[in-house]
Every structure is written in structure tokens, then in C-alpha cells.
Design a protein around this ligand. Structure first.
Ligand SMILES: [Zn+2]
Length: 121
């Protein structure tokens, strides 16, 4: 599978580690948007689009972010999270991601290459 197009939208937000969004086209027929380019401690990396995990309020059923302590709708204190049930890596779940390391590296290098080009324009 080849990446046939990469589009970058730079994010000029100070105090944010998010540098840009990328949209990547595979074999001219499939697009993945909202891939993020993030400034990490060891340099730039590419994060796949992800979804914030939610849990239901025990009183009103409102869907709250997994990290919320109080319900965003009725304000009740949410049941404490049992830490063994939800580890921090499960607060977000990737919606689409490469399965093989080689493809992940290929994707990352294509996206960062295009970011480099865009950010120097
Ligand atoms: Zn509620």
C-alpha cells in the first residue's frame, strides 16, 4: 500500500505541543484525516486519529470523558474509577492505525517529510 497524497495544516498555537494535522491518502482511494504531528520530548512524532473514551453517568446516563470526576450534565460526583480497570493509555483509543512497524515508519516518515516542507514555506 502506498501513500499517494499527504496534506498538512499547520497549527500555530503557542503552549501547545500539537504542531499540525495531516490528512493522508492511500493508493488514491482512501483518506485518513486528523493525524496529528506532535512535538514530543524526543522530537516530532505522528499520532493516529483517536477517540476519547467515555463512561456513562450513573444517575443521568450522560457520556462523560473517562477522566471527569463530575458529570458534565447533572453535576453528580461520578463513581471513582477503579484504577485497574482503566489505565491511562485507554483514555484515548486509536480509530485507525498501521498494523506493521514498517508501515508505521513509512507513514511517519512521509508525514514528517511533508510537515518539514510545509513548515519551511
Ligand atoms: Zn449525570
Amino acid at each position: 500500500m502506498d501513500i499517494t497524497e499527504t496534506r498538512i495544516s499547520l497549527v500555530g498555537r503557542p503552549n501547545s505541543r500539537l504542531r499540525a494535522y495531516a490528512s493522508v491518502t492511500f493508493d488514491d482511494v482512501f483518506v485518513v484525516r486528523d493525524i496529528r504531528i506532535i512535538e514530543g520530548k524526543k522530537g516530532l512524532f505522528v499520532a493516529m486519529p483517536s477517540k476519547k473514551m467515555q463512561r456513562d453517568c450513573q444517575k443521568c446516563g450522560f457520556k462523560n470523558a473517562v477522566t471527569n470526576k463530575f458529570c458534565g450534565s447533572c453535576g453528580i460526583g461520578l463513581n471513582p474509577i477503579i484504577e485497574k480497570d482503566i489505565v491511562p493509555s485507554q483514555h484515548h483509543r486509536d480509530l485507525a492505525h498501521p498494523i506493521k512497524t514498517e508501515f508505521r515508519e513509512y507513514l511517519q516518515s512521509k508525514v514528517l517529510e511533508e510537515y518539514d516542507f510545509e513548515s519551511k514555506k
